[in-house]
Structures are given as structure tokens and as C-alpha cells.
Design a protein around this ligand. Structure first.
Ligand SMILES: [Zn+2]
Length: 287
């Protein structure tokens, strides 16, 4: 699937899609009654009817402009020890690489990797294992990371390495190899790629607006995980760094793009993962 905008194309690169987490555990503030009220439209696309688990896509978005080939978020990666996440532990899959190949892109072709935030399912392919060492997967790429995000997780890894194993194998080796480009979360790359601070899920999370005004798309990253957070923008997922801030971010971003032509590419929504924002009661629908 290719999303063609003026002067930019977007290609989703899917690594995995599945029903990973119990819906009510993922959204601990959602009541059983609210869940029941919404099941009819959430199932089967967003909630697996058999297990009542949230269906998530793990994907990155490849952006091609005349100047640059940019990967936004790099999924889980191969051979990464993730003992706390059995479905991501020591993966060995060629699906991500094949996804790039399908749009004519090899590891050498990527100029920039942009990390919306530094969680394990967004940085994994930053590195790959070569002769027992973690090396940058994309040898020519600069890896764009927000400064406060990198500082936060670097400190976390130092204090509790087991809480952030992806820092050890997928982020710090990039810094050590001098491939990190540490930026403010409103960084712009030319006039077609603009980071937009969307904090809350993590301390310095950003989304990425691509394209020209009137012909643009917002790669959300993890400011939203399920469309139920459109209907109830205050609903946070269990791992949000600051749930009040993540709610404020959702309201602000949905309000800004409501009834506009901006296409949302929602990283964790099941494929095709896209829609435009419309009002829906006190909340919003991405459809
Ligand atoms: Zn994520």
C-alpha cells in the first residue's frame, strides 16, 4: 500500500500484527461497562472477539521525498532479548526487511531514521547483530532522537538496565557509533518533514507531519493506541509516562486536525492504519 501525497510518498512497513494484550489491562481506567458499550464497533478489527485482546500493528513508515528516504520508527527487530515480552523476545523474522524490499528500499538506502520515542517496539531495527556486536542496521543513516527522550532513557538504563533492554542493544550502540542526531522535538527536516511534540506517552514523544499544507499526513507514533482513545481522549494506556499530559496531547492534536484533509497514519492501528479526524460526541473518530 502506497500513500501518495504531493512530493511525498508514504509506505507502511509492517513487522507484525496481532492480538497481544488484554484490552482492559491495556486501558486500566476503562470500565467493563464502557468496554461492553463499545465492543460492537471495536470487534473484530480492533479487538479480537475470541480473546478480548487489543489488536496492534507493529510497523514503521517509510517516507520518500525527492531528497531523502526516511524511516519513521523501526519496530522490534531481530535477536533482541525481551524476557518481559514473550511475543517480541528473540524474534527472527525477515518480514520487516521484505517490507522494505517490496518498496525498492535496502538498508543502505535509508538517509534518516526518526524515532518518535525510545520504546522497544520503535527502535528495534536501529541495530542488528553482526559477529556478536550490535551495529547500525542502516549504515548511511542519521538517527533522529529527541534530546530529553534520550536523556531520560539513558538515565533509566543506567539505573535499571533490565527495565530498558532496548536502550542497551538498539539505542546506545547508535549513540556510541556517532550516528545519533539529537534534536528538539519540533525538529524539521527540509520543508516536507516536521516533528510535532506530542508528549505524555513518553517524556519527549513526537509525531511527524509530512507533506505540504493541504496534502499532508501525520505519523502519530504512540499518542494513540486504539480508536477508543478517540472516543474517550482522556483514556490513557497503562504505560503512559504522564497520563494527564497524554490526554491533553490527544485533545489538542485531534482538535487541531479535526475536519481537515490531514491523513492520520496511526502506528499501532491495524492495517491500513489510516483515517481523518472527525468529531464524535465529546470525542473524535479517525475514519
Ligand atoms: Zn509502541
Amino acid at each position: 500500500m502506497t500513500i501518495a501525497l504531493k512530493d511525498v510518498t508514504i509506505h507502511p512497513v509492517v513487522e507484525q500484527q496481532g492480538a497481544f494484550c488484554d484490552f482492559l489491562e491495556f486501558f486500566p481506567k476503562l470500565s467493563k461497562e464502557q468496554f461492553e458499550e463499545n465492543r460492537s464497533w471495536l470487534e473484530p478489527t480492533f479487538v479480537d472477539p475470541a480473546t478480548q485482546r487489543l489488536v496492534l500493528c507493529i510497523q514503521g513508515f517509510l517516507i520518500k521525498t525527492a531528497q531523502h528516504t526516511i524511516l519513521i520508527d523501526s519496530c522490534v527487530g531481530n535477536h533482541k532479548p525481551r524476557p518481559a515480552r514473550p511475543f517480541w523476545n528473540m524474534m527472527n523474522s525477515d518480514r520487516f526487511e521484505q517490507g522494505l524490499k517490496a518498496v525498492g528500499v535496502g538498508f543502505d538506502d535509508i538517509d534518516y531514521v526518526m524515532c518518535t520515542h525510545l520504546h522497544g517496539d520503535h527502535v528495534g531495527w536501529n541495530t542488528r547483530l553482526e559477529n556478536g556486536r550490535w551495529v547500525p542496521t542502516f549504515p548511511k543513516a542519521r538517527y533522529v532522537m529527541a534530546d530529553r527522550e534520550l536523556a531520560f532513557w539513558t538515565q533509566k538504563q543506567k539505573e535499571h538496565p533490565a527495565d530498558a533492554p532496548w536502550m542497551t542493544d538498539s539505542v546506545l550502540p547508535i549513540v556510541a557509533a556517532n550516528r545519533a542526531q539529537v534534536v528538539k522535538s519540533d525538529f524539521a527536516l527540509g520543508d516536507l518533514v516536521q516533528c510535532i511534540p506530542t508528549p505524555g506517552h513518553t517524556i519527549d514523544h513526537f509525531s511527524v507531519l509530512v507533506g505540504r499544507s493541504g496534502h499532508d499526513a501525520l505519523i502519530t507514533g504512540d499518542m494513540i493506541h486504539s480508536p477508543i482513545q478517540g472516543r474517550y481522549p482522556d483514556l490513557s494506556m497503562r504505560l503512559d509516562y504522564d497520563s494527564a499530559q497524554s490526554a491533553e496531547t490527544r485533545r489538542k492534536i485531534f482538535d487541531r486536525y479535526c475536519d481537515t484533509s490531514t491523513l492520520f497514519c496511526v502506528t499501532h492501528f491495524p492495517s491500513p492504519s489510516t483515517g481523518r479526524v472527525q468529531r464524535w460526541g465529546d470525542g473524535y473518530k479517525i475514519a
